[in-house]
Design a protein around this ligand. Structure first.
Ligand code: AKG
Ligand code: FE2
Length: 607
């Protein structure tokens, strides 16, 4: 009906959910209820592949493993195209010397590869290909200016080019950029060897003859053929190469001839996906150039392309970050201890920043605040914007302020990679916090540096419930504490049961250690009293809601960039010899800082 297609268009959120493979989570439960355990385990595994930190699924999978109806093979990725699934299974069995079991999978892999190529080829004439063609036509305009014949020829050439690309596409694993080289011939090699191993010589001959269709001079194949024929005894005249491979090659060669013709006479481009194309198919005039290209054939020479960062581990390792404790080791869910986010020098710089900022605050009557949580400790807090403003006023180092921004962004990226791959997390508040023991007040101290709480809800220890309502910062989804030092007494972070009484895990702060956890009632936590020294950390909260992104962070970043630019300009000016020493103009930067301080304070998140 009218507007039908538009009504059925799928929204972005739904598409994203599919990309995150969420339907498999539901499928898993449905199969479980139907007692189809093999499929339930497969669906669970498929979901888990895309959501490796989904702790509930991790537990469910552990349960599936213990169930009797579930085999190791049940844990398969249902999103893997069938030809890849069969290919991998077949090769694994071959490796384990199980030729008999491997054969059906290898046959399946070949059949499915050919079918996948058929489907791909069919799409070359479908509506999507047509759209693509319209775009290309607009781009080069070559065919539209010519007559009808050219238009038809142009269309046909594009269809052929597209069909030849299907070979490469089929041989390329999802997520990879280069194809498995010689995809079909190598499958045929394994097939003939496996058939020979199980004593099925006729099939071995058929498959090795098929290899020879691709590479008539292949020495290994010729030798194998001789051997099989000798073993077979009397000649079998009916034996020939596989029909599916024969027709694949015939059709492919026909298409290549036309494409090379077009290349020679019409100047169109064609990238032959195959290394086996016989020289006779390539026109004389093109051979030299193509030989050069052949030498540059990417998949023979290029080092393997790194696949996209699909797993959080890759993202962390790249940054030199390591996972020290996961949720299991911390006796909870959605919590982790990660190390290596800062070097000792960087911790030093940030500690100095905190000290300098506190000093600047002391001069303006800002310091000496007692902690909001205990009267036995002092508490200093520095926001990113304040840090940059102080840097511009010359009270703290610019390097320190810059590192504060970088360290918070780095922690956010790591937290996102670990807990929320595929769904962006935004910083909602960044606070450099130091807690210092007040000397002489520590004897017999019974209170905590930070009482037990959850970060996005109001914890009711009596019922164990956590109310997601104001004044809690309900939009906080993940928390991160990035520690800067350990030269103090007490001050460990601890997690509890929702009763706020039973401690389930403790973490000792140290330089570069990030404790990250979901901000809800599943992670009640507190800090033991700091009884000697000063404990500094970057407290970070992240949100999925872009509207709760920390505006001051962006402001601070912009301000910092501005000062870096001005500094460069000043350096340039200093270098100019014609300028004599002039009286210092009133600094526009300082004025701006003062102007900002004069404004009514903006509503900003506080601890
Ligand atoms: O500093 C810590 O270890 C934890 C602080 C905390 O829980 C908070 O500020 O909400
Ligand atoms: Fe907290």
């Amino acid at each position: 009906g009218p507007g039908g297609a538009a009504r059925l268009r799928v929204g972005r959120a739904l598409r994203d959910a599919f990309r995150r493979r969420e339907p498999y989570n539901y499928l898993q439960r449905a199969y479980y209820q139907l007692k189809k355990l093999d499929l339930a385990a497969a669906a669970a595994h498929t979901f888990f592949v895309a959501n490796p930190t989904h702790l509930q699924m991790r537990e469910d999978i552990a349960k599936y493993r213990r169930m009797s109806g579930v085999r190791p093979q049940s844990f398969r990725d249902l999103e893997t195209p069938p030809h890849w699934a069969a290919y991998d299974a077949g090769l694994e069995l071959l490796e384990r010397q199980e030729a008999g079991l491997a054969l059906p999978r290898l046959e399946e892999a070949l059949q499915e590869s050919l079918s996948q190529m058929e489907r791909c080829r069919a799409d070359c004439e479908g509506p999507e290909a047509q759209q693509q063609e319209d775009v290309e036509e607009e781009e080069d305009g070559a065919w539209s200016q010519g007559g009808l014949y050219e238009a038809i020829a142009g269309h046909w050439i594009r269809v052929l080019q597209c069909r030849q690309r299907c070979v490469r596409d089929t041989a390329t694993r999802p997520g990879r950029s280069s194809p498995v080289p010689d995809f079909l011939p190598s499958q045929l090699r394994w097939l003939h060897e496996a058939y020979a191993q199980v004593g099925n010589l006729t099939q071995a001959v058929e498959n090795v003859l098929s290899v020879l269709l691709f590479y008539p001079e292949d020495e290994a194949a010729k030798k194998a053929l001789e051997q099989y024929q000798a073993q077979l005894g009397e000649p079998r005249p009916g034996l020939g190469p596989r029909e599916d491979i024969q027709s694949f090659i015939l059709r492919s060669l026909g298409e290549k001839r036309q494409l090379y013709y077009a290349m020679e006479h019409l100047g169109t481009s064609f990238q032959d996906p195959d290394p086996w194309t016989p020289a006779a198919v390539v026109p004389e005039a093109l051979r030299e150039k193509l030989r050069e290209d052949q030498e540059k054939r990417p998949w023979d020479h290029e080092p393997p392309q790194p696949s996209p960062l699909t797993h959080w581990k890759d993202a962390l390792l790249l940054e030199g970050v390591s996972l020290t404790q996961d949720a299991g080791q911390l006796n909870g869910s959605e919590r982790a201890v990660l190390d290596g986010l800062l070097t000792p020098a960087e911790c030093g710089l940030l500690l100095q920043l905190a000290t300098d900022a506190a000093g600047a605050g002391a001069r303006s009557g800002y310091q000496g605040r007692r902690s909001p949580h205990t009267r036995h400790e002092h508490f200093e807090g520095l926001t990113v914007l304040k840090a940059v403003q102080l840097a511009r006023a010359g009270a703290v180092s610019t390097q320190g302020a810059k590192l504060l921004l970088e360290a918070s962004e780095h922690s956010r990226a790591v937290t996102e990679a670990y807990f929320s791959p595929g769904r962006p997390l935004h910083l909602s508040f960044t606070h450099l916090v130091c807690r210092s023991a007040i000397a002489g007040e520590q004897e017999q101290r019974m209170d905590l540096s930070h009482p037990v709480h959850a970060d996005n809800c109001i914890l009711d220890p009596d019922t164990g419930e956590c109310w997601q309502e104001p004044p809690a910062y309900t939009y906080r989804d993940y928390s991160g504490i990035l520690y800067l030092n350990d030269d103090f007494q007490g001050g460990n972070l601890f997690f509890t049961e929702p009763n706020a009484l039973t401690v389930t895990a403790q973490v000792r702060p140290r330089c570069g250690r990030l404790v990250a956890f979901s901000a809800g009632g599943e992670n009640p936590h507190g800090v033991w009293a700091v009884t000697r020294g000063r404990r500094c950390a970057l407290a970070l909260w992240h949100t999925w809601a872009p509207e709760h992104r920390e505006q001051e962070w962006a402001e601070a970043k912009a301000l910092l960039q501005e000062s870096e630019k001005t500094e460069e300009e000043e350096e340039e000016e200093e270098k100019m010899p014609s300028r004599g020493p002039a009286p210092e103009p009133p600094s526009p930067r300082l004025q701006r800082v003062q102007g900002k301080a004069g404004k009514p304070p903006r509503v900003r998140e506080e601890l």
